[in-house]
Design a protein around this ligand. Structure first.
Ligand SMILES: NC(=O)c1ccc[n+]([C@@H]2O[C@H](COP(=O)([O-])OP(=O)(O)OC[C@H]3O[C@@H](n4cnc5c(N)ncnc54)[C@H](OP(=O)(O)O)[C@@H]3O)[C@@H](O)[C@H]2O)c1
Length: 285
C-alpha cells in the first residue's frame, strides 16, 4: 500500500476509523474526510500515530450537502493528481424525517446521494486499476419504491436506512457496469452488526436496538478488515460489481440486481444531485 492514495469518508469513528488505522499501518497515503473539524483532528492524530507511510491529510466536508461535496471535490482536484481507492464509508440514520440544507431527506442524502455525487465528481482522479468501495448493509430493502425514495409518504428509521443502503448497492453495481473497460472497479461490503458510534443519539426502540448491537456486535477493528481487504488485496484486482461480507462475495437482495431499477435510480440521483456524470465518465475514457 506504500504508493497508494486512499480517500476514506467517515473516518472519525467506528468502521471508518478502524479501517483508516489499518490502512495507515500498511503505509497508504490517506485522505481522511471528516464532518466535524475537532473530532476529525483527534481521529487524524490517532491515525497518524500508526502511519508507516506519509502523514494522513484531513479535509472536512458534510456529505449530506451538495455544496460541501462540490467544495471537497474542488480541493481534491487542486491538491491531488490521482486517487487509487475511494472508500465511501460515512453513514447515518435519522430517527425522524429530517431534511438537509438541500431539502433532501437526510438518511438518503448522506448514505446514497453523497457517495453518488462524490464518486461522480472525482472519477476523473481515480487511476486505472483504482477501486471504489461503498460501505453498505445487510439491512437493505427488498423493493425500491420510487414514490417514497425520501420517505415522503411514510417514514421510519429502519425503512429509510434500508432504502438508502439498497440504493447504494444498486449504485455500486451500476457504477461497475458503467466502468467496464476503464480498469476501475466498484464493489461494496457490509461490516455486519458492529459496536460503533452508529445509532448514538437515538431514542426509544431504536436506542434499545443500538445498545444491543453494542453488546453483540463485532468490534470495528474486525468489521473494518473487509474494507481493508477490498482496498489492499491483490486478489481484488479486476473484481468488480460484487457485494462482500467477511471477505467473501455474497448475494444482496434480488432488487439490487435489477438493471432497469439501477438505471432509473441513476437518473433520479443525477437530477437530485446535479451530478455531471457524463463529464466525469468521458474524462476517464
Ligand atoms: N454499525 C453497524 O452495525 C453497521 C452495520 C452495517 C453497515 N454499517 C455502515 O457502516 C458505515 C460506518 O458506520 P459505523 O458503524 O462505523 O458508524 P459510526 O461510528 O457512527 O460512523 C459513521 C461515520 O460517518 C460519518 N458521517 C455521518 N454523517 C456524515 C455526514 N453528513 N458527513 C460526513 N460524515 C458523516 C460520521 O461522522 P461524525 O463523527 O461527524 O458523526 C462517522 O465518522 C456506515 O455506512 C453504516 O451505515 C454499520
Amino acid at each position: 500500500m506504500s504508493n497508494k492514495t486512499i480517500l476514506i469518508t467517515g473516518a472519525s469513528s467506528g468502521v471508518g476509523l478502524a479501517a483508516a488505522r489499518q490502512l495507515a499501518a500498511l503505509g497508504a497515503r490517506l485522505i481522511l474526510v471528516f464532518r466535524d473539524p475537532a473530532r476529525g483532528q483527534a481521529s487524524r492524530d490517532q491515525i497518524a500515530s500508526l502511519a508507516t507511510g506519509p502523514e494522513p491529510i484531513f479535509i472536512s466536508a458534510d456529505l449530506s450537502s451538495r455544496q460541501s461535496i462540490r467544495d471537497l471535490a474542488a480541493v481534491l482536484h487542486e491538491r491531488f493528481a490521482h486517487i487509487d481507492v475511494l472508500i465511501n464509508n460515512a453513514g447515518t440514520a435519522s430517527g425522524t424525517r429530517e431534511l438537509t440544507a438541500d431539502a433532501l431527506e437526510k438518511t438518503f442524502a448522506t448514505n446514497h446521494l453523497g457517495p453518488f455525487l462524490l464518486t461522480n465528481l472525482v472519477l476523473d482522479l481515480i487511476a486505472p486499476g483504482g477501486r471504489v468501495i461503498n460501505t453498505v448493509s445487510e439491512t437493505h430493502t427488498g423493493r425500491m419504491d420510487f414514490d417514497n425514495l425520501q420517505g415522503e409518504r411514510h417514514y421510519s428509521f429502519f425503512s429509510a436506512y434500508a432504502r438508502s443502503k439498497a440504493a447504494e448497492i444498486l449504485f455500486t453495481y451500476e457504477l461497475a457496469r458503467r466502468l467496464q473497460g476503464t480498469g476501475i472497479t466498484a464493489n461494496c461490503f457490509t461490516p455486519g452488526p458492529t459496536a460503533s458510534g452508529f445509532g448514538k443519539g437515538t431514542h426509544g426502540f431504536i436506542r434499545v436496538m443500538s445498545t444491543l448491537v453494542q453488546v453483540i456486535g463485532r468490534r470495528p477493528e474486525v468489521s473494518a478488515r473487509t474494507a481493508v481487504y477490498l482496498a489492499a488485496s491483490p486478489e481484488m484486482d479486476g473484481v468488480t460489481g460484487q457485494y462482500f461480507f467477511h471477505d467473501r462475495p455474497a448475494r444482496s437482495k434480488p432488487v439490487t440486481y435489477d438493471t432497469a431499477i439501477a438505471a432509473r435510480l441513476w437518473s433520479v440521483s443525477e437530477a437530485l444531485t446535479g451530478a455531471s456524470e457524463h463529464t466525469a465518465m468521458e474524462a476517464i475514457r
